[in-house]
Design a protein around this ligand. Structure first.
Ligand code: MG
Length: 302
């Protein structure tokens, strides 16, 4: 019954895009434009883990789509199509499931994405997944290209995303990611979902190098306290969905003067080293931070 219902919503409201057959058959048929690279990523939102269990269905849907395409932003890709799965608790009414589906379609339309298909089922807590496809040209930065001497930059401001509620409607840095890839050839790039203390080591491990980060240069959200508590929040809390960029000193210098990035902000926060470890510095002196990165914890006592 639910399936039929959702099927109708998708049939009626899915934006049709050239090259995407859309829902209705066992498989969607996708024909990417000639010469473009097709990028794929998957993410999830689980009630009680990534959003509060009783959050409105619109919040589930919007966070799901936006956090998924934040990965496309980190590759400089343009969102193209999405498919998704939902498992909702039996006590969710048909109207609530319908609101969820409509919100997902609205979010996809906001980013001009086709919804190619999906599946629905039941579970004790809401479990949603989204697979997003993006299109890109040229070289896609991964995590393995950082080199000693490179500059580490972040977009926007960091910290406090969960307490402030910003995590419910992250802003994927799509235009900025695309501009950075096209004009500044980053050696490595990723989005900050788990906090600098967790995410930067992923680049360092993949690239087999270290980094020195300057705490006094971290761009903190205005509501955060200055100094230690603010730094801990900025490096240890997740869900910022800002870009973490590693590029040559020359590219960094030019990018920092690019007026397209002024609104969101772009900040140099450190450099890549050959020391093999991540060090947090304050005015040149090594500091110990407690932060180990973000652990999703709603609904759990631990
Ligand atoms: Mg990511």
């Amino acid at each position: 019954m639910r399936e039929n219902h959702l099927h109708r919503i998708f049939q009626d409201s899915s934006p049709r895009l050239k090259g995407v057959s859309g829902p209705g058959d066992d498989c969607a048929v996708l024909i990417p434009p000639a010469g473009r690279k097709l990028l794929q990523t998957v993410d999830q939102v689980i009630g009680g883990v990534h959003v509060e269990l009783d959050a409105e269905p619109q919040l589930y849907a919007q966070k799901l789509l936006r956090r998924t395409i934040s990965d496309l932003a980190a590759a400089g890709a343009t969102p193209w199509a999405a498919s998704w799965t939902i498992a909702t608790p039996p006590q969710w009414s048909a109207a609530r499931v319908r609101a969820l589906a409509k919100a997902f379609l609205a979010s996809a339309a906001e980013f001009k994405m086709a919804v190619a298909g999906g599946d629905c089922s039941q579970a004790s807590v809401p479990v949603l997944t989204c697979t997003a496809l993006g299109l890109a040209n040229g070289r896609i930065p991964g995590r393995a290209g950082a080199k000693p001497g490179d500059v580490v930059l972040v977009s926007g401001k960091l910290g406090g995303a969960v307490r402030s509620g910003r995590h419910l409607c992250p802003e994927p840095r799509l235009a900025m990611g695309k501009a950075l890839v096209e004009d500044y050839s980053p050696h490595a790039m990723m989005d900050l979902s788990d906090g600098l203390a967790s995410d930067l080591p992923r680049i360092l491990t993949a690239s087999d190098c270290g980094a020195d980060l300057d705490l006094e240069h971290l761009p903190l959200h205005a509501e955060l306290p200055p100094e230690r508590a603010g730094w801990e929040s900025a490096v240890g809390e997740g869900e910022d969905y800002e870009l973490l960029i590693v590029c040559s000193g020359r590219s960094a210098k030019r990018a920092l003067q690019d007026c397209r990035f002024r609104g969101i902000g772009l900040t140099a926060v450190g450099r890549i080293t050959d020391l093999g470890k991540l060090r947090w510095l304050h005015r040149g002196k090594v500091k110990r931070l407690k932060s180990r990165g973000w652990d999703y914890h709603w609904g759990s006592e631990t």
